[in-house]
Design a binder for this molecule. Structure first.
Ligand SMILES: [Zn+2]
Length: 170
């Protein structure tokens, strides 16, 4: 049996330990604007950059309407300028969606790169280089990256993080 040890200087407390929700960006951030009111389309909005004016016109008597999408939703200057227009509604969506998962582990760590000897070709390779032989996702065992022998290494045993913490403290 070959023991793959935890790298001592790699062990650290996971800042997200115990967390069961992670927010992932599910799509590009978006921003749009929409105006309804009495005022005409401001001059500067007629041919500016970083937005597409989608529609504008008047609805009913004296009611004006225009809307658009902002190409770069992080353009704070444009958003500020738009928000100064009375009656403007700006919608921003960062597109973050919660992903629920099992509580995150207490520690983050890496394993020591450990040399292992192939009993077939007698060469030494690191445990990270040992391949896995699979057929239809069925695990047939280790495979030597040099000679292709199957299960030619001793069994690898990975040091358990809980045992490591018990022994060394955190
Ligand atoms: Zn080999």
């Amino acid at each position: 049996m070959i023991l793959i040890k935890i790298k001592p200087d790699s062990v650290r407390k996971n800042p997200n330990a115990g967390k069961t929700v992670t927010y992932m960006q599910a799509g590009p951030a978006e921003a749009s604007f929409e105006y309804r009111g009495k005022d005409p389309l401001p001059e500067w909005l007629k041919d500016g950059e970083n937005y597409h004016l989608l529609e504008w016109g008047s609805e009913g008597i004296g009611e004006r309407y225009f809307a658009g999408i902002i190409i770069n939703p992080h353009d704070h200057e444009l958003i500020k300028k738009l928000s100064e227009i009375k009656g403007m509604v700006i919608e921003q969506n960062n597109n973050y969606q919660p992903i629920h998962h099992l509580p995150e582990r207490a520690y983050l760590y890496e394993y020591e790169k450990t040399p292992c000897k192939c009993q077939e070709c007698k060469e030494i390779v690191f445990h990270t280089e040992i391949l896995t032989e699979e057929i239809f996702e069925f695990d047939l065992g280790d495979k030597c990256p040099l000679c292709g022998a199957i299960n030619s290494f001793e069994d690898l045993k990975y040091e358990n993080i809980n045992d490591y913490i018990k022994e060394h403290g955190s």
